[in-house]
Design a protein. Structure first.
Length: 250
């Protein structure tokens, strides 16, 4: 791995790229994942690369939803696995969610590599690929009968819009993490976290540690009051505001 000096102004961003390139070399991350990450980076840039209020609101609703769920599942692909493996382990424990490997660019070997990779970080991983989500053409339809198939709430970071739609048709609540507030995924999900996954998941772990002691009623209120369209609109407005500010300073 290329050593990035800690003092480099783009240290965090460059480290993420290095991790993903390493992920490709290990056969964990798909080449297409690099392109998807680039799109995410661009949106992060025009959001000022920080967690905004609308993201915190969505993260709180997402945690409440997962704590209230009977069978919450965190869906992991090759990007998520290399970017935040420790945090996935912590979040799954904090909210009591199963972790399942689910990828767009499917081969049994790749699924197995992602599983093995995550297990090094103490994640218990479902990857039986023994069930199918009807109505979906892509390999994303292949799921685990103990996981996504029977889940009531699914956290799908860096998702494609199609599967999001099918998960909803199967009656599941969908939480997306997607830096692009305009994507189909963002608009299809019940809760959309417009934030970088490397900031979102650690913050959700902190929230879960506190919120797991709250009563059900309080958690239900948070979910009931949450309005995803409003959150997405705020994200788009924030981009506009931020760009105006930058323009004024030029
Ligand atoms: P649609 O949702 O409109 O169908 P898509 O899913 O085909 O679009 P992709 O580029 O395949 O688009 O999806 C990847 C999404 O993940 C992008 O919208 C990108 O903004 C987002 N993304 C990539 N890296 C990160 C990251 N580190 N944190 C949060 N979101 C990210
Ligand atoms: Mg998408």
């Amino acid at each position: 791995m290329t050593e990035i000096p800690k003092t480099h102004p783009r240290y965090l961003s460059l480290t993420m790229r290095e991790r993903l390139v390493e992920g490709v070399k290990l056969g964990v991350t798909a080449m297409q994942g690099l392109i998807a990450h680039g799109r995410g980076e661009a949106f992060d840039y025009i959001l000022g690369e920080k967690t905004r209020d609308f993201a915190i609101k969505a993260e709180r609703a997402a945690v409440a939803m997962m704590l209230l769920a009977r069978h919450p599942v965190i869906s992991v692909n090759g990007n998520v696995a290399v970017l935040v493996p420790e945090d996935i382990a912590r979040l799954s424990k904090a909210v009591g969610a199963r972790v399942e490997v689910n990828v767009f660019h499917y081969t049994p070997e790749r699924v197995e590599r992602i599983k093995k990779y995550l297990e090094q970080f103490d994640v218990e991983v479902l990857a039986a690929c023994d069930a199918v989500l009807e109505g979906l053409e892509s390999a994303r339809r292949i799921v685990d009968s103990r996981g996504i198939l029977i889940a009531d709430v699914v956290l799908v970071p860096l998702e494609d819009g199609d599967r999001c739609e099918i998960l909803k048709k199967h009656g599941k609540k969908v939480i997306a993490i997607d830096l692009n507030p305009l994507s189909r995924t963002s608009r299809m999900a019940d809760v959309t976290i417009v934030d970088n996954i490397v900031r979102a998941i650690p913050r959700m772990v902190e929230m879960a540690d506190e919120m797991k002691n709250w009563g059900m009623k309080r958690l239900e209120e948070i979910v009931a009051e949450y309005d995803n369209s409003e959150v997405l609109a705020e994200a788009v407005r924030e981009i506009k505001r931020y760009l105006e500010k930058v323009a004024d300073e030029l």
